[in-house]
Design a protein around this ligand. Structure first.
Ligand SMILES: Nc1nc2c(ncn2[C@@H]2O[C@H](COP(=O)(O)OP(=O)(O)O)[C@@H](O)[C@H]2O)c(=O)[nH]1
Ligand SMILES: [Mg+2]
Length: 207
């Protein structure tokens, strides 16, 4: 694995039980378990996978909360230098969707340059139980959030539907940022990063 391959830290956020560890498990080895809580924990707090996004090779380092959110608030180191956050809710749990805006505030407060991707999980259950969060709920929320969200997805960790596509799309957005930063540095090689330039320090771009 080439060490020059740019690495992006991506964190999983959202309420307990929405399926963050299940997304993490799909990311690691594309498996799924109906176990919950500590039993569903993979035993790692982060894992790395390489993506080829339209010819640009990048590494995504995905971080899971390991269930801490059930008992305590996440530490600021969890958010530190994150390039992106996958903010999850369950499509069958309205409360988890209602709390998304609170999580957005947390992410922005701790990691002002992280891109936020909204992910509705458990669409397989929505088919069986009737959808709690509809497409128009998500659209209304997107309008309220204006430019805060970089993407929205609906997935099922159980069936795997939409999971690979979501990661490929997030990798594409991150790779595009990287390419933009690289092109800009070629055009303006003499411009040095400012002391307080978060984007430059963390290797991210806020375009
Ligand atoms: N039916 C269904 N259950 C899911 C899905 N994703 C996760 N689960 C289940 O939801 C529960 C909580 O998932 P988990 O990944 O531990 O959530 P976390 O607390 O956010 O990490 C577990 O029992 C999972 O098996 C899904 O897409 N469909
Ligand atoms: Mg978990």
């Amino acid at each position: 694995m080439a060490t020059s391959t740019p690495t992006f830290k991506v964190i999983l956020c959202g309420e307990y039980g929405v399926g963050k560890s299940s997304i993490f498990r799909r990311f690691i080895d594309n498996t799924f378990t109906l176990e919950t809580g500590p039993k569903s924990t993979v035993g790692l707090d982060h894992a790395v996978t390489e993506f080829n996004a339209s010819g640009t090779q990048i590494r995504v380092e995905l971080w899971d909360t390991a269930g801490i959110e059930r008992f305590a608030t996440l530490s600021s180191s969890y958010f530190q230098s994150a390039s992106a956050a996958i903010l999850c809710y369950s499509t069958t749990d309205r409360q988890s969707f209602n709390l998304v805006s609170q999580h957005i505030l947390d992410i922005i407060m701790h990691s002002s340059t992280a891109r936020i991707f909204l992910c509705g999980n458990k669409i397989d259950l929505a088919v069986l139980q009737g959808e709690q969060i509809t497409e128009s709920d998500v659209q209304d929320f997107q309008i309220q959030c204006d430019t805060v969200l970089s993407g929205t997805y609906e997935i099922s960790c159980k069936t795997g539907e939409g999971v690979k596509e979501m990661f490929a799309d997030i990798a594409m957005v991150l790779a595009r940022n990287q390419k933009y930063k690289f092109d800009r540095s070629l055009m303006m090689p003499n411009i040095q990063p400012q002391e307080n330039d978060e984007c430059q320090k963390s290797g991210k771009c806020c375009s």
